[in-house]
Design a protein around this ligand. Structure first.
Ligand code: C2E
Ligand code: MG
Ligand code: MG
Ligand code: MG
Length: 281
């Protein structure tokens, strides 16, 4: 077997590996500096109520404004942050920043607005995570019901029993909880029923092309499952009118996606919500 791989192949793999290791080390070194030196930016993707068409919340999505590399998307540095543990200070910054935004929006009378932040399993596993979150909320004077925490289904299923305990504590704080990228994480239905969550977010791969029946059957099934469990269902990655019509027809609760808006800077989001509020019902 080793023979068939050949020398050139080995060099190819080793060069590629080298490149990956190099990038990884580069990221790791500059990531901790970046968190300290405020190179991280939080943008907000609006979430729309499918019945009223109003913007009822937003998902906070982190970006790295790198001085040399330019904007780096989260998929390139969150995995490194998770492996190195830097996700803990980064995650704290994200929550702090989102709480600041909630406070600013409350001052503008946007009392019911919900901001969702993404959490990694590693953050949930931190000791006294819920207690510390409670302190952060009090420090900012933010009402817990205005904060939503998203955890992916696959991360919840890494250690479902432990996750169940922390989710219970978070629920007791009064924050909202959602399962992100639902449908890709193989959760057993018995776990799903036990998790004290408020929303499930259908993974955007299922929405795919409307017209691709197999996927839409799954989307419909997830909406029905969520509603049977008394959960609200959110569709992500909505890009077309056809998808919106389909989601409305099947009573999906909320949507987010490029069709309506990408993630926006905080001030642009606030203007959008303010415009929305001024419209007559
Ligand atoms: P996610 O939580 O599932 O977020 C949705 C992703 O889909 C975002 O990518 C968003 O920009 C993108 N998206 C939104 N609408 C559309 C659409 O219509 N079409 C398509 N193709 N994509 C759409 P983004 O911002 O690159 O984030 C990627 C992932 O990085 C997120 O997936 C989340 O898992 C993670 N992430 C982002 N911010 C944070 C954070 O603060 N903490 C942690 N732990 N993870 C984060
Ligand atoms: Mg998310
Ligand atoms: Mg998602
Ligand atoms: Mg995702």
């Amino acid at each position: 077997h080793a023979k068939t791989l050949g020398k050139n192949n080995f060099q190819f793999y080793s060069a590629e590996l080298n490149q990956i290791v190099h990038e990884h080390l580069m990221l790791e070194a500059s990531l901790s500096r970046a968190i300290r030196e405020h190179e991280m930016v939080l943008d907000y993707q609006p979430k729309v109520d499918l019945r009223t068409g109003k913007v009822v919340g937003a998902e906070a999505l982190v970006r790295w404004r790198h001085p040399v590399e330019g904007m780096i998307p989260p998929d390139r540095f969150i995995p490194v942050a998770e492996e190195t543990g830097l996700i803990v200070p980064l995650g704290e910054w994200v929550i702090d920043e989102a709480c600041g935004a909630l406070k600013a929006m409350r001052a503008l009378g946007m009392d019911d607005f919900v901001i969702a932040v993404n959490l990694s399993a590693r953050q949930l596993r931190q000791r006294q995570f819920a207690e510390r979150l409670g302190e952060t909320l009090r420090r900012h004077g933010v009402d817990p019901r205005n904060l939503e925490l998203e955890v992916t289904e696959s991360q919840l299923m890494e250690q479902p029993e432990d996750a169940l305990g922390v989710l219970g504590q978070l629920k007791a704080l009064g924050v909202r909880l959602s399962i992100d990228d639902f449908g890709t994480g193989y959760s057993s239905l018995s776990h799903l029923q036990k998790f004290p969550v408020d929303y499930i977010k259908i993974d955007r791969s299922f929405l795919g092309n409307v017209g691709h029946d197999g996927h839409l059957v799954i989307t419909r099934a997830i909406i029905a499952l969520g509603h049977n469990l008394k959960l609200k269902v959110v569709a992500e990655g909505v890009e077309t009118r056809e998808q919106i019509a389909f989601l409305r027809k099947h009573n999906c609760d909320q949507m987010q996606g490029y069709y309506f808006s990408p993630a926006l800077p905080q001030d642009v989001l606030q203007e959008m919500v303010a415009r929305d509020q001024r419209l007559p019902d």
